[in-house]
Design a binder for this molecule. Structure first.
Ligand SMILES: *[C@@H]1O[C@H](CO)[C@@H](O)[C@H](O)[C@H]1NC(C)=O
Ligand SMILES: *[C@@H]1O[C@H](CO)[C@@H](O)[C@H](O)[C@H]1NC(C)=O
Ligand SMILES: *[C@@H]1O[C@H](CO)[C@@H](O)[C@H](O)[C@H]1NC(C)=O
Length: 445
């Protein structure tokens, strides 16, 4: 992050969760039925938060965000979302830990009571920043790849591609050496087991000692090939669904009349793969075409060049704890890129709403698609019946609103149903309850 005279308007942070442990209980699917962040994971995220603080919230840093309040949180300047999907609380808890490093306790976080007493916030004036828990069933933006038939078809196609089959052949000899380390897991390139090995390698001393020295790196290389292939173009669902909210955050930051200065999304690794592909950063920097480490982070800076002109984006990436932020070229060019160029580049691929997602993913059941399909069929049934004059038997949503106002009534009712089930909410609904999540394929790799 080189110094310059640009004004830093703000930053969008995308960070992977920290170290976690899973208990792999299902003998068939090996789904990690319980997975929790570890103390190591909280340290990784906390340190990332501290580092981001030193870069963006420290008034003497060259990248200090213009006008940000780095001591006492101004909640209109900060917007945080966390994926509440298959990794249960791991991603949410990562956001909590990162925020503790980003906005540490401050003795000025106090309130003067009517009776004359001054009270400091808990934990030495710790400031609680709202975290929007993004439930996959209510909002497709952070896990656009689950329950998506088109994505599944693409994945199968990739597995059957000549390149994948060749990779599979090439890796067969290596894979055949793995069973002693996998506790009975089936070893195939489709079902790469890097994640299991990595968790064991970090937490299980006997495993770490027994594993031949190159095996983890070899397994990672294969998992990276596998996951980049699955999550990059042409489907790139993880990126296509997260980008609309990312672009709206970047545009809010760039817009002087919007207070937003620091947006942060706490994520699994999958969106990184899609985004690295869709922004071209992986094409220009092949080392980015793979799985990122725990607590890896992208920091997209929104900068107002001192020379004037429109705001530009600088792409910084840090590959986990102990690594430095590095600035990368992207979008097939060098240096910072105008925000509008990024928008134009990704625009054709965006999946902007749940309705779009249901169509693109060929899903009429899950994640709000059922309600959308029902509302659409009720609306069309109502319209058909209205035309033939059987007003009394119009679908329930139309009942009681017969006559001239029928179409409008049905439309409004449909809108009401959608709003009720949450499918019309695209981001910015704060502080939903945490849930225990839905399926996710994090453990596959
Ligand atoms: C003022 O109110 C606070 C909060 O209820 C209480 O803890 C404190 O003891 C009160 N102080 C006095 C002087 O009454
Ligand atoms: C993304 O990766 C695919 C290969 O998986 C590649 O063919 C495509 O060109 C990449 N996308 C972009 C935008 O460069
Ligand atoms: C990030 O780290 C992983 C694991 O160490 C590695 O495979 C990958 O190439 C790294 N990416 C970059 C951009 O350094």
């Amino acid at each position: 992050m080189a110094a310059s005279n640009d004004t830093i308007l703000g930053v969008l942070i995308l960070a992977r969760h920290g170290d976690r442990e899973g208990f792999y209980q299902d003998p068939t699917t090996y789904t990690a039925t319980t997975t929790v962040i570890t103390p190591l994971g909280t340290q990784q995220e906390f340190q990332l938060g501290q580092e981001l603080r030193s870069i963006y919230l420290n008034a003497s840093s060259p990248s200090f965000i213009s006008g940000v309040n780095g001591t006492l949180v101004n909640q209109t300047q900060v917007y945080v979302r966390a994926d509440a999907g298959g990794e249960l609380g791991v991603i949410y808890d990562s956001a909590v830990a990162l925020l503790q490093g980003l906005f540490p306790g401050n003795s000025n976080y106090t309130t003067d009571l009517a009776n004359g007493t001054t009270v400091e916030g808990a934990l030495g004036g710790y400031q609680y920043v709202p975290i929007e828990s993004v439930e996959p069933n209510e909002d497709v933006s952070l896990e656009g790849y689950t329950d998506c038939n088109t994505f599944d078809d693409w994945t199968t196609e990739f597995y059957n591609s000549p390149a994948f089959l060749q990779k599979s052949n090439e890796s067969a000899a290596f894979l055949s050496q793995l069973p002693p380390y996998l506790d009975g897991r089936p070893v195939t390139l489709e079902n790469m087991i890097y994640d299991f090995m990595n968790v064991q390698f970090i937490h299980n001393a006997a495993f770490a000692k027994a594993l031949p020295p190159t095996f983890l790196a070899q397994a990672l290389a294969l998992a990276s090939y596998h996951e980049y292939g699955v999550f990059s173009s042409p489907q790139a669902f993880a990126g296509r669904t997260i980008l609309p909210i990312m672009l709206s955050e970047l545009e809010s930051i760039a817009n002087a009349s919007n207070p937003l200065k620091l947006a942060y999304q706490s994520l699994a690794y999958k969106p990184f793969l899609s985004l690295f592909n869709m922004t071209g950063v992986a094409q220009q920097n092949p080392e980015l075409a793979g799985i990122v480490n725990y607590a890896a982070a992208v920091a997209l800076e929104v900068r107002q060049p001192s020379s004037g002109g429109e705001p530009v984006i600088r792409f910084n990436f840090k590959n986990g704890t102990g690594q430095e932020f590095v600035t990368y070229n992207f979008l097939g060019t060098t240096g910072d890129v105008p925000l509008s160029a990024l928008v134009n580049h990704v625009n054709p691929a965006l999946i902007n709403s749940t309705a779009d997602w249901c169509t693109v993913c060929n899903n009429t059941q899950d994640r709000g698609c059922g309600a959308l399909a029902l509302a659409a069929s009720q609306a069309s049934a109502a319209a058909v019946k209205a035309n033939v004059g059987h007003h009394q038997r119009i679908s329930p949503v139309g009942a009681g609103f017969l006559g001239a106002g029928l179409t409008l009534a049905v439309f409004l009712a449909m809108f009401g149903v959608l709003a009720f089930v949450g499918v019309l909410t695209v981001g910015r609904g704060r502080s939903k309850a945490r849930s225990t999540g839905s399926k996710d394929s994090e453990e596959k790799a």
